[in-house]
Design a protein around this ligand. Sequence first.
Ligand code: PLP
Length: 370
Amino acid sequence: MYKSDRDALLLTPGPLTTTLRTKQAMLHDVGSWDTTFNSVTANVCSELLKIAHGEETHVCIPLQGSGTFSVEAAIGTLVPRNGKVLVPDNGAYCARILKILRYLGRESVELSFQENQAVSAQAVAVALDRDPGITHVALVHCETGAGILNPLEEVAEVVKAKGRRLIVDAMSSFGAIEINVKQLSIDGLVAASGKCLEGVPGMGFVIANQSSLESSAGNSHSLALDLYDQWQYMQKAGQWRFTPPTHVVLALQEAIAQFNEEGGALARLQRYTNNCKTLISSMATLGLKPFLEVPSQAPIIVTFHAPESSSYDFRSFYLAVREQGFILYPGKLTQTETFRVGCIGAITSTDIDKAVNAIASTLRSMKVID
Ligand SMILES: *Cc1c(COP(=O)(O)O)cnc(C)c1O
């Protein structure tokens, strides 16, 4: 039997499919004390700062670990221990921020929305007026749970007008959707190597307003997650405080070079939007409907209603599609049965077409569709 030795395409929101060039960048062992590696780190940080438009006002602090480590570090470092954080909540990643706040013993206020509804800036304004004790707002830009794009610019405007500070989890949007940290007065923007920048997973980073960071000494409850300390040490030594994920940083540098060659966030957004449109229209021919209405759908990941047929179950569907070389993602909603298909990574609409073909033939052989 013929067996392909290619990796399956990851239609997931990270880890995602990377280019060969990005993978090959990892075929080196470099010392963390070595000047070569230190200049890679410095270069990566300055590129990230440029992408966020924060060169004049912000600094970039990289951190070991998955994206959540950096979210927790940003909150623990930038929010004082007596701070109070408003969290607009429309999905799993917002809920994770609330959980982090409980772990850290920071006060929080939850502002709930439906899982298929974008956050309303107006509602944020009302909540801030109601509670003058709120010091920060923590917003998830693209809520990857359902795939919703939240209105970052409107929320940022409200937060600024009400004299509060803004922390943004832009994990699944940074690199694809333009964010200007200076213009939006964002205190801390959090993202990671293995999402729209198309690097491999293993490090996150926080683009922090420099003066906010300077006044955050002593806020953190954690040594490993203290961004202030990480930043201070890096400034002094030019090195990471603790063992850096050297291969991940090498891959990210190469991924960012390709990001720039492609044409930056605008070009990447165009490719992802193309992937997303192709996906939604091809899946419609199979009778598969997206969970979200078009205006709130981010071109990052699409949640589909599971087929209603009694011969459908996600596990066998997933395994059969995987056999044909495509990795799908389970749903992450609390109320409705769904599955998700990612539009991000080193893939094009041709790959999406092939994936939908595999989905179609699988559903036919499962007798879910004719
Ligand atoms: C991926 C993601 C994270 C981080 O998740 P990890 O599993 O820690 O990498 C955080 N927020 C959002 C919105 C994400 O999409």
